[in-house]
Design a protein around this ligand. Structure first.
Ligand SMILES: C[S@@+](CC[C@H](N)C(=O)[O-])C[C@H]1O[C@@H](n2cnc3c(N)ncnc32)[C@H](O)[C@@H]1O
Length: 378
């Protein structure tokens, strides 16, 4: 509470809600902070302190498979209790009012569902979780803490038609495209959808959409981007992750060239990353700083399917940088082309972009829905 108040994020009705719902009632005995694993049994005070920090706490890795325990196995976080200030930021965008019916996608621990239930009443909140074990635990957690949202096991990408329509739909996992089911299950007009959005390269935007009647009378959702969230991806559309070494192969066989686009400048510019990300939905990047303090760095661009990779060597005070590319795709060329396309648009900020979600597909536009810059058909 104190931490959130000091950050100035605890405002309006959410103050009472956060005070009324104890995060410790929703977390398992072993949690992972950004720094380390903490066990309640072994370090009860450290566990409690970690719970009340404003931080995301990982509660499951590798979908709970035991392989995660094998020494050295890659650990992909697959469920967490989100960072409270980020939850409050999302709820600010969602604009929840009294008596609203709310659908949450991604129940996780049930903590956020309990906040919503505390705010509007449990009978108006449905929360969907794909992992059966997590769904059952979240249902237990909310009940034990005295709240009554409906927690169900299902695919959140399909929404939950049984309790529709919803005034508000909120996803706590990231989607590369907004499922039309969420639009169909929203109140029209007046429904609102908030979700972390984006493809592999830049999944770090909130999209806030308002649902209205489209030209043909059917529901359409329209809105804009904000924030810099880092959420887990939908389990349906989650590329396999791993160590950098798992993505690199045929080292020494790459094609070599040079580029004038600074990888460091690119990575420091969220607007550029957003627009480049529209062109690269199935590749991600990693900027690795040299450990010797030289200011040098390597930008890796890695295809989700692991067939192709690119490396760009950054060094300070240079005007051109060495590039290596391997595989059927030339990933750095793709980055440069998407960056040039952004230049042709006049390098707009992300705040000038918008999204329309219709039964036919998803459209990213610049300034107005009439100026479409990317179409993703269904
Ligand atoms: C960041 S966690 C949710 C945090 C949660 N709201 C809380 O308060 O603890 C994201 C959750 O979304 C779930 N998830 C991912 N894809 C899903 C899908 N397609 N349908 C339903 N749940 C999904 C994950 O299993 C994970 O538990």
């Amino acid at each position: 509470m104190t931490v959130l108040r000091e950050k100035g994020v605890l405002v309006g009705d959410w103050q009472e809600v956060v005070a009324a719902v104890r995060r410790e009632d929703f977390l398992p005995a072993v949690i992972e902070t950004p720094e380390r694993v903490v066990s309640r049994a072994q370090e009860p005070e450290a566990w409690l302190a970690a719970v009340y920090e404003d931080q995301s706490l990982v509660t499951q890795v590798n979908d709970g498979r035991q392989a995660a325990e094998r020494a050295g196995a890659y650990r992909l976080p697959t469920s967490s209790s989100s960072m409270p200030s980020l939850m409050l930021e999302m709820l600010g965008l969602l604009d929840v009012r009294d008596r609203h019916r709310v659908l949450e996608l991604g129940a996780g621990t049930g903590y956020h569902a309990a906040w919503l239930a505390c705010r509007v009443g449990g009978e108006r909140v449905t929360s969907v979780e794909k992992d059966p074990g997590l769904a059952a635990q979240a249902a237990k957690n909310v009940a034990a803490a005295g709240f009554t949202p409906q927690v169900v096991c299902g695919d959140g990408d399909a929404g939950w038609p049984l309790a529709a329509p919803y005034d508000r739909v909120i996803a706590t996992y990231a989607v590369p495209a907004v499922p039309y089911a969420w639009v169909e299950q929203s109140v029209m007009p007046g429904g609102r959808i908030v979700a972390p959005w984006g493809g592999s390269f830049f999944p770090h935007s909130f999209v806030t959409l308002d649902v209205v009647a489209g030209a043909g009378g059917g529901p359409v959702a329209r809105g804009r981007f904000s924030g810099y969230p880092a959420f887990m991806r939908s389990r349906n559309r989650r590329p396999e992750r791993g160590y950098l070494a798992d993505f690199l192969h045929h080292r020494g066989e790459e094609d070599e060239s040079r580029t004038r686009l600074s990888p460091r400048e690119l990575c420091a510019d969220a607007d550029a990353l957003f627009w480049v990300g529209l062109g690269l939905t199935d590749a991600w990047y990693l900027l690795v700083d040299a450990a010797d303090g030289s200011g040098e760095a390597t930008l890796w661009v890695l295809a989700d399917d692991r067939t192709s990779w690119a490396a760009v060597e950054y060094a300070p005070e240079q005007e051109a940088y060495a590039v290596g590319q391997f595989g059927p795709r030339r990933l750095w060329d793709e980055v440069e082309e998407a960056h040039r396309e952004w230049g042709r648009l006049g390098r707009p900020g992300r705040d000038r972009a918008g999204l329309s979600v219709t039964s036919g597909g998803e459209y990213v536009w610049l300034d107005s829905p009439a100026r479409v810059v990317r179409i993703a058909p269904r």
